[in-house]
Ligand binder design. Structure first.
Ligand SMILES: [Fe+2]
Ligand SMILES: [Fe+2]
Length: 363
């Protein structure tokens, strides 16, 4: 099976003007030992998407288990009962939507980190960013291959994800590229990959891919935290920090309330006017979206960005509770957020046959 990636209505290419300055560092001095160590680790943990992944594994994109359907139904209380054929189709489309957005996000990360190589003024950060460029190319590669060869179905970039990526790529200030990409988008992705492992227990190929990608992403998020820490906690003025605070709030609201698979319902023949409000309001789905912030919040705390204003907003969104979890520079493995374990037990109690979520070691 091979099916081309579906194009957005705007066409196959899009050019975005950039305005950052490319900076040489003639001193070549290592300023942060932790970043140098992370760079060494990054080199040591490179993998080859063509040979380290077992692409011979067959995928049934419409595979659903009856006991899981029943369990999810009793916990999720969907607005209408779906027949098995629609269920199977919905699963295929939801996976294709989510993995397509992962792929588009990965392309955003590829472009943004290439930009960081030029714009960041420190040698060891340039080295690490260069290492990450190779990682992101590999991530685009695995999702592209999975979508075209295994699922045979894909979705163009979601308009809200596109807005966020566009804003990051246009940004002239290197720290904002980091904050947008390494802390917000990659932090969200790290948690979303954890959810993907959880909801796809019967798909060994996606489990393999996700484990490799998560290991890389954990380093990327740590790279963002280590690069921004001193700047935000010691060097920046209150006015400058206020702009970062605004951006964090704006990006959080966008990622929490707009990345909702709106495109999927119609394609599967379901009424978006019924299903969208359900996905926005049902407690289980709200909880699922909150988990997406479990990796972002502790890192913002470490960067001094959990200011009173941000805290107030996060409290309102129900995500402030994650502030006490370890940040990405402290974690030896990507831990399973306690809220995800709770979901697991809830579904298990309703009769679901799922594998309990497990942490991903970073090496
Ligand atoms: Fe990535
Ligand atoms: Fe990344």
């Amino acid at each position: 099976m091979f099916r081309e990636i579906e194009l957005p209505t705007s066409g196959a290419r899009e050019s975005i003007p950039t305005q950052y300055e490319a900076v040489f560092d003639w001193e070549y001095k290592f300023r942060r030992e932790e970043l140098v160590r992370l760079y060494e680790k990054g080199k040591r943990l490179q993998w080859n998407a063509s040979t380290d992944i077992d692409w011979s594994i067959d995928v049934d994109p419409e595979r659903v288990r009856q006991e899981n359907i029943d369990a999810f139904d009793s916990v999720l209380q969907p607005p209408e009962k779906l027949d098995v054929a629609t269920r199977r189709k919905l699963k295929h489309h939801m996976d294709a939507w989510m993995l397509s957005q992962f792929m588009h996000g990965e392309q955003g990360a590829l472009l943004a980190t290439a930009q960081l190589v030029c714009a960041v003024p420190f040698t060891e950060a340039k080295f690490y960013a260069a290492n990450q460029v190779a990682d992101e190319a590999r991530h685009v590669e695995v999702y592209r291959r999975y979508l075209t060869e295994k699922l045979g179905l894909s979705y163009p970039v979601n308009p809200h994800l596109h807005t966020l990526l566009d804003q990051i790529i246009r940004e002239s200030r290197w720290d904002m590229v980091y904050l947008g990409m390494q802390i917000m988008v990659e932090g969200l992705a790290l948690a979303a990959f954890g959810l993907m492992r959880f909801i796809q227990p019967d798909e060994p190929l996606i489990q393999q891919i996700t484990n490799y990608v998560m290991r890389d992403e954990a380093r990327h998020v740590a790279f963002g935290v280590l690069s921004l820490e001193d700047l935000y906690t010691k060097e920046m003025s209150a006015t400058e920090l206020k702009e970062r605070e605004e951006f964090v709030i704006e990006a959080t609201v966008l990622m929490r309330d707009r990345l909702l698979m709106g495109e999927v319902w119609e394609r599967v023949g379901l009424d978006p006017k019924v299903w969208l409000p359900w996905s926005l309001r049902t407690p289980f789905m709200v909880g699922f979206r909150q988990i997406l912030f479990s990796k972002i919040v502790p890192n913002l705390r470490r960067l001094g960005l959990l200011t009173p204003r941000v805290r107030e907003k996060f409290q309102e969104l129900g995500i402030l509770g994650y502030e006490s979890l370890p940040d990405s520079t402290q974690e030896e493995e990507t831990a399973v957020p306690p809220a995800l374990l709770q979901f697991f037990f809830q579904l298990q109690a309703a009769g679901a046959n799922l594998t309990p979520p497990t942490p991903v070691p970073h090496q």
